[in-house]
Design a protein around this ligand. Structure first.
Ligand SMILES: Nc1ncnc2c1ncn2[C@@H]1O[C@H](COP(=O)(O)OP(=O)(O)OP(=O)(O)O)[C@@H](O)[C@H]1O
Ligand SMILES: [Mg+2]
Length: 225
C-alpha cells in the first residue's frame, strides 16, 4: 500500500518527529509499518520506550542493499508504509524515494531551511526522471510558531509556498510533539499532568494525517486517469 517517505538534506528538519506523528496517527485506524532507514536509529529507540499502537510495527532497515525488499514486503503487510530517512542524500535515501508514492520534505520558516527544502525537492524530481515516473513531493512546515509568525517568517513561508507544493497544515513547534522522543508511543499516550497542550497537538496531528491521506488519494486517481 502507499509508501510515504520523510526526506530532507538538512539534519534536524523534523523528519523523525513528523514520521512518528503521522505513523501513530494513521495507526489509530489502519495498519502501518514504520521503517527506520536512518543509521542513527532514533525511531527504533523511540519504539522501545512505550507500548506502541496495536496496528503499528516498527522495523529497522538493513541498509541500501535491503531497503527495496523491505519496502516491497511492508507494502503487502500494511495499509501505509512510512519511512524515516537520514538527513543526507545517500543511496539508501535515493532507493527509498524511488519507491515512494509521496515524499514529505519538512522545513522550518528560515531561509536556510527553505533553500534546503528546494534542493531536496530537486533531488526527488531527478529521482523521478531517472525512473521515468513523477514522484509526488510536498513541503511540510514543521517546528513553526503556533502563535504568531514574524514578518520575515511570513515572507519566507509565503515564498516557499508559492514556489512549491506545500501542505496547508503545519506541524507547529509543540512540547507534546518533542516529548514523544522521551515518552515513546503516540500523543494519546502522553500524560496530561506532565505535558501541556496534548489536545491541540492531537488536532494538529489529525489535520496533518488527513491532508496526507487526501494527497495520496489524489495521486492515485491521477495515476489511474
Ligand atoms: N513539531 C515539532 N515540535 C517541537 N519540536 C520538534 C518538532 N519537530 C521536531 N522537533 C524537535 O527538533 C529536533 C529535530 O527533530 P527531528 O529529530 O525530528 O529532525 P530530523 O529531521 O529527523 O533530524 P535528523 O536529520 O538528525 O534525523 C528534535 O529535538 C525534535 O524533538
Ligand atoms: Mg531523524
Amino acid at each position: 500500500m502507499p509508501v510515504i517517505s520523510f526526506a530532507s538534506s538538512k539534519g534536524g528538519a523534523g523528519k523523525t518527529t513528523s514520521a512518528i506523528i503521522l505513523a501513530t496517527e494513521l495507526a489509530e485506524g489502519a495498519s502501518v509499518v514504520l521503517i527506520d532507514a536512518d543509521p542513527a536509529a532514533r525511531l527504533v529507540r523511540w519504539s522501545g520506550l512505550a507500548t506502541l499502537p496495536a496496528r503499528l510495527a516498527v522495523i529497522r532497515s538493513g541498509g541500501e542493499k535491503m531497503i527495496q525488499d523491505e519496502i516491497a514486503q511492508a507494502r503487502t503487510r500494511a495499509a501505509f508504509v512510512v519511512i524515516d530517512l537520514e538527513g543526507s542524500a545517500s543511496r539508501l535515501a535515493s532507493f527509498a524515494i524511488a519507491e515512494s508514492d509521496l515524499v514529505i520534505v519538512p522545513t522550518g520558516d528560515e531561509q536556510q531551511d527553505a533553500d534546503e527544502a528546494i534542493e531536496t525537492l530537486a533531488q526527488v524530481t531527478r529521482e523521478g526522471r531517472a525512473r521515468r515516473r513523477p514522484i509526488p513531493a510536498v513541503v511540510l512546515f514543521a517546528r513553526t510558531n503556533a502563535a504568531v509568525k514574524s514578518k520575515l517568517e511570513k515572507h519566507i513561508n509565503g515564498q516557499l509556498r508559492a514556489a512549491t507544493r506545500a501542505l496547508a497544515t503545519e506541524l507547529h513547534r509543540r512540547t507534546a510533539f518533542s516529548s514523544l522522543h522521551n515518552a515513546g508511543g503516540g500523543l494519546r499516550g502522553l500524560d496530561p499532568l506532565e505535558v501541556s497542550g496534548i489536545d491541540k497537538a492531537i488536532d494538529n496531528a489529525q489535520a496533518f494525517a488527513a491532508e496526507v491521506v487526501d494527497i495520496l488519494e489524489e495521486a492515485r486517481h491521477a495515476e489511474v486517469a
